[in-house]
Design a protein around this ligand. Structure first.
Ligand SMILES: [Zn+2]
Length: 288
């Protein structure tokens, strides 16, 4: 098994999106009112070469996002909260081909959530089974989804994902997991917070747990600190998820890879765990 990290362009958001401020409904307002932008952050996606087939986790962004009118100008988040830079050759399809992989061979495409910079590359995978949590799909669909900042009007016409219900067994501090591979070495785990239907992917590789964490947090440091972002509608839930991630990282060597952390690709290359694991706590729950 092998995991590739793929950068599909860059995104900048308001600094308060990365580390949120303010209570409840004022959080998003505080984010949009922030004058400060982050530096351009990578938009990452992942490809797992697995004996059971090619697994793509998130699809990154489309270069069409750089065109005028692609984002709805009426929506305050797209008007005030985000800037993206994606060249056609940076899309996930061409990036995969450069690695000698064909998007047509993707058996599964797992979307951590449906925000545009994770679902924008869907058009490269018309023949794959696409997995999204049922809750995320419900919240992102239709006019209500558009109001929440999703772009359902940009999904490919053929988009009919398999909804994932999180009723599976717990894993360590996580309440719900769903195995993806028959071998049980790749699992989906509910990580609500950034969005209510957000999920992450856990991979058992080389004696480590690799967590493809989507937007659970924007950086590893913010996860360790337990700091929720500035777009979550439920700060307490986001912090609880971050506590669970930290707990698993304390129990076993965990390589934590969020989608917009400039350090994620380096940590993957070094298989570098988020924390040193205390030897007395070595009896970690098995993934399988
Ligand atoms: Zn997101």
């Amino acid at each position: 098994m092998r995991i590739h990290g793929i950068q599909t362009g860059s995104v900048a958001v308001r600094s308060r999106q990365r580390r949120g401020a303010g209570p409840g409904p004022l959080r998003l307002a505080a984010t949009l009112a922030d004058r400060q932008w982050t530096e351009p952050l990578p938009i990452l996606a992942w490809v797992i070469e697995h004996p059971e087939g090619l697994i793509v986790v998130d699809t990154g962004e489309t270069s069409r996002a750089s065109q005028r009118g692609y984002f709805p100008a009426w929506h305050p988040y797209f008007r005030l909260g985000v800037r993206e830079w994606v060249e056609p050759e940076e899309e996930i399809g061409p990036r995969m081909r450069r690695l000698g992989l064909s998007p047509a061979d993707a058996r599964w495409v797992v979307l951590t959530h449906l925000h545009t910079d994770h679902a924008g590359g869907l058009g490269h995978f018309p023949g794959s089974e696409i997995l999204v949590s049922r809750r995320e799909l419900e919240l992102a669909s239709g006019l209500a989804g558009s109001l929440r900042g999703y772009l359902p009007q940009r999904w490919p016409a053929w988009f009919a994902p398999t909804p994932v219900d999180f009723s599976g067994r717990p894993f360590g501090p996580f309440e719900y997991t769903v195995p993806l591979t028959e071998a049980g070495d790749v699992m989906l785990v509910a990580t609500p917070g950034h969005t209510p239907g957000h999920m992450s992917v856990l991979v058992r590789l080389e004696g480590r747990l690799v967590m493809l964490a989507g937007d659970s947090s924007y950086t590893q440091a913010l996860m360790l600190e337990g700091a929720a972002d500035g777009v979550t509608g439920d700060e307490a839930l986001a912090r609880e998820t971050l506590r669970s991630i930290r707990a698993i990282a304390e129990q076993q060597p965990t390589v934590y890879l969020p989608s917009h952390d400039p350090e994620s690709l380096g940590r993957l290359a070094r298989m570098e765990p988020a924390m040193a694991v205390h030897p007395t706590r070595a009896e970690e729950p098995a993934l399988v």
